[in-house]
Ligand binder design. Structure first.
Ligand SMILES: C[S@@+](CC[C@H](N)C(=O)[O-])C[C@H]1O[C@@H](n2cnc3c(N)ncnc32)[C@H](O)[C@@H]1O
Length: 865
């Protein structure tokens, strides 16, 4: 038998014409014309390989192999590649040493090198990288700063760079790799047309630009800011060119929807673990040299560097359609159709197109149906929809808010049947609109909505229709924006049997079998069933009993305090939204709860005086005191004025300008904020020296707080941190009948609770620095349960609460560098100037998934001292 000739690799013939320019292939042309070509996976293809009718011409990738990196070198977050990069434990790149860990996100390839010599130029940086065998796509150095920006081609290059740089120092400093955050605000505006404009609108904008500049504008800018030559798009319409930038609404609103739910939970848990490590690292850094590291930091080594154990993630009882509130934008779809749904991206990215919410798994069936009914109405409306470029138009936003039936057991997957009440909030801008036309349109709108609800199959509940007239340009309407209820006659089915005129601007929902009244601007957790679990868990961790005084800080409609009221002596809720406070009072009343007081005010303004009122109380021997009238006002103010040290005043004067006021004002929370922040907008941190006028801003004391529910076990004076009993001087602040107790010897004593606990549930920005300082420096408050929808701000706040202080704290620096500092960096600064006080320690943490399919997750952390 003849031996087989081994197969040889075919050697390509030398390219004799290599010096000649080759015609680019069809594929290359496509890639040149459209930098986003095949950078996202095709959603049709994902469902079934053969279901995409575009075949090879599809601009989306039909396989992982075909997928290209995006212009910023990142990968489609739904792709296996991106997921693998995300999952890769950071310890891997730092040799498993927690100490050395950096929070490097491998899904984004633009990185920042920190610790470079300030005088280096980009050339210096490049030759440094070259010389050390670090490969990258590009490197830039900002002269005069110690940072440089490096673009890597893939995650492997980042890993190698991290490894090499770990060993490297320049001028004795170690160079670190950090994530680079693009600041889109500072960018030169691109000549780009927002998605969501009709052809006609785009052409109009284009011609106005042509007229004003006399030049042909480039239409599409790459994600990395490189503008393409308009001439490459000659054959497509402006809208088609714009469409090429769009993502699907599901990708935008529910970016994790493509993962199985258990993977989503794992993904969230991993990201929260990083935050717990970040807390340890930062507290260690902030700990003064003169003070030994606290036990919890020393012990963190045993649990992989975590500040405390993460006891898992509690899944949402409902995974789909769980949102009880959906805020739909009103605008134009990519095809130029009036649409009610979600924006396809960020306005700052130049995207204003709105698409229907039908594919978003977190939206309930009822909300979807109402959105469609309203959309149909808009089609025939004579008034324009809101234009986000020109800030003109009438119809702006459409919110559907649902309330469940009272039911012992809600069958999770048929939640739509459990909805008893629906509030529709229509946001408009009445500027320059004829009153008569407006009223006519409202009337017609009500008819369409009522009729639509009645004739749906099954019919939809509709309780109230509220109009909010928002004339400002920002997306978020201020809390005091005018609102009115549109009266309507409820109809039943096709027969249109008139029932009753509905004019109340509120709906009801149930948590732990308590009925909650919710007004249009009040916060209410969007996932009611998961919120029930969250609140019960917070109560369990707070270790409550009848001797407990519970502060419910940022209490909204009173959900936490009221659901836990039966487990404590008294609840004091603090909330800045006055409608929510009225709801809270009403909720106490309708549920027959009498041991709660809700205070309307910013926590930073009222927390100090409330702690004084309840904890720093005197024992008055042989005196009498009229306790029935003060209601937290009057004397309170006086005492605050007295109690305010010069230091504070000085800091106020130094640090608090209008800027700060604005920030205080934005320190509100709504689910909207939670959703809108998904675009990664960074809130500016508060200045370290910021102080509030510690004025008593207690605006409202409920009538029903004057109940006579005696709290028990209240006769002890508070003890200071050394365990000594302390007696405080000063005036009584009693404002409740139950706050006084006549004792046998005739002395009038204030009630003292043995156990004082705070549950805080702040908005995304976290707690105001003054609240942190107040809580931290009051020795009577021993336990704090922190509920957070934003782990980053939780970490920042916990750094301040848990870092030991020096005997002599540093004086707060009034420098302006705070603008460029991370939240954690800023918290470290503040921790250094924290008055000497016993720090809290992180004891345990758990995640509760209130927002399946999105990146968001609630985290609960118990802090004790
Ligand atoms: C995340 S929500 C929590 C509400 C409530 N705990 C619940 O679960 O329904 C935060 C609440 O804090 C309120 N808030 C925001 N900033 C505040 C401040 N500085 N002082 C007091 N309340 C504030 C908001 O109005 C909102 O009701």
């Amino acid at each position: 038998m003849e031996a087989e000739t081994p197969a040889t690799e075919e050697i390509p013939a030398p390219d004799l014409q290599s010096t000649e320019r080759k015609e680019p292939s069809e594929k290359q042309k496509r890639e040149e014309e459209n930098p986003l070509w095949k950078t996202s996976l095709c959603s049709y293809f994902r469902r079934a390989a053969s279901s995409c009718s575009h075949g090879e011409a599809c601009r989306y990738a039909h396989s992982e192999e075909e997928l290209r990196p995006r212009p910023d070198k990142s990968w489609d977050p739904t792709s296996d590649r991106a997921k693998k990069l995300l999952k890769r434990p950071i310890a891997e790149i730092s040799g498993g040493e927690e100490e050395e860990e950096e929070d490097v996100d491998f899904a984004t390839l633009e990185k920042c090198l920190v610790g470079l010599p300030k005088k280096w130029s980009s050339d210096n940086l490049k030759s440094f990288l070259d010389g050390n065998g670090i490969v990258c796509a590009s490197a830039k150095k900002k002269k005069g700063m110690n940072v440089g920006f490096v673009h890597f081609a893939d995650a492997e290059q980042i890993r190698t760079a991290v490894e090499i740089l770990k060993e490297k120092t320049t001028g004795g400093k170690q160079i670190k790799v950090a994530d680079a955050i693009r600041r889109s605000q500072g960018k030169k505006p691109k000549k780009e047309f927002p998605l969501g404009q009709t052809n006609e609108q785009v052409n109009r904008i284009q011609s106005s630009i042509d007229d004003s500049t006399g030049s042909v504008p480039s239409l599409v800018a790459d994600d990395d800011g490189v503008e393409n030559d308009g001439s490459t798009h000659n054959n497509s319409s402006p809208v088609e060119r714009l469409i090429s930038k769009a993502r699907s609404v599901c990708d935008v609103v529910t970016p994790l929807a493509c993962m199985p739910y258990n993977e989503q939970l794992e993904h969230k848990k991993n990201s929260l673990l990083q935050n717990l490590k970040r807390l340890t690292r930062n507290a260690r850094k902030a700990c003064p040299d003169t003070v030994s590291l606290p036990e919890w930091i020393l012990k963190s080594k045993d649990i992989g560097g975590l500040a405390c154990k993460l006891e898992g993630i509690i899944e949402s009882p409902m995974i789909n359609g769980y949102r009880n509130k959906c805020e739909f934008s009103v605008g134009y779809s990519l095809q130029g159709k009036r649409t009610v749904g979600f924006m396809l991206g960020n306005f700052r990215e130049g995207i204003t197109a709105v698409e229907e919410p039908i594919n978003c798994p977190n939206v309930s069936g009822i909300s979807c149906k109402f959105a469609l009914i309203f959309q149909e109405f808009l089609d025939s409306s004579v008034l324009p929809v809101w234009n986000r470029i020109e800030n003109t138009g009438f119809w702006r936003q459409f919110t559907v808010r649902e309330g469940r039936r009272p039911s012992e057991v809600v069958v999770a997957e048929s939640l739509d049947n459990q909805i008893a009440e629906v509030m529709l909030i229509v946001q408009v801008c009445s500027t320059d609109v004829d009153e008569k036309v407006m009223q006519r349109e409202f009337k017609r709108m009500v008819q369409v909505l009522v009729q639509g609800a009645a004739t749906s199959s099954p019919s939809l509940p509709l309780t109230t229709i509220v109009v909010q007239d928002h004339k400002g340009i920002s997306n978020v309407a201020p809390a005091d924006c005018p609102m009115f209820v549109l009266p309507f006659v409820e109809v039943e089915g096709n027969s249109c049997t008139e029932k009753v005129l509905l004019t109340e601007g509120r709906i009801h929902d149930y948590i732990n079998n308590l009925r909650f009244c919710i007004s249009p601007t009040a916060f209410f957790q969007v996932n009611t069933l998961a919120a029930e679990r969250l609140y019960s868990l917070a109560g369990d961790w707070a270790d409550l009993n009848s001797d407990t005084l519970l502060f419910d800080i940022c209490c909204g409609t009173g959900t936490i305090g009221l659901t836990l009221a039966h487990r404590v002596g008294m609840v004091v809720g603090i909330e800045m939204n006055s409608s929510a406070v009225s709801d809270a009072n009403r909720n106490a009343e309708i549920n027959g709860i009498t041991n709660c007081r809700f205070v309307c005010g910013k926590a930073e303004d009222v927390m100090g005086s409330l702690l004084k009122e309840y904890l720093d109380v005197p024992l008055l021997h042989g005196t009498t005191c009229d306790v029935s009238m003060s209601n937290g006002k009057g004397d309170d103010n006086k005492e605050n004025d007295n109690g305010k040290g010069d230091d504070d005043k000085e800091e106020n004067d130094n640090g608090k300008g209008d800027d700060n006021k604005e920030e205080n004002d934005t320190n509100t929370c709504s689910e909207e904020a939670c959703i809108k922040d998904k675009d990664g907008d960074q809130m500016e941190p508060l200045m370290p020296e910021l102080q509030s006028d510690e004025k008593s801003n207690v605006q409202e004391i409920p009538e029903d707080s004057s109940n006579d529910n005696n709290a028990s076990g209240l006769l002890e004076s508070p003890v200071d941190s050394s365990g000594e009993k302390v007696e405080f001087g000063g005036t009584s602040h009693a404002d409740h009948n139950f706050a006084k107790q006549k004792v046998a010897d005739g002395a009038l004593r204030q009630p003292q609770f043995k156990n004082v606990v705070a549950i805080v549930d702040p908005p995304r920005v976290g707690l105001h620095p003054i609240v942190i300082k107040t809580v931290r420096t009051h020795p009577g408050l021993r336990r704090l349960v922190y509920i957070s929808c934003n782990p980053e701000s939780l970490v920042a706040n916990a750094i301040e609460l848990c870092t030991p202080t020096a005997d002599k704290p540093e004086k707060a620096k009034g420098n302006r560098r705070w603008r460029s500092m991370s939240n954690a960096g800023l918290a470290r600064q503040r921790a250094k100037s924290m008055p000497n006080s016993e720090p809290f320690r992180p004891v345990r943490a758990v995640a509760v998934d209130l927002f399946p399919h999105t990146q968001h997750c609630e985290m609960v952390m118990l802090l004790e001292r």
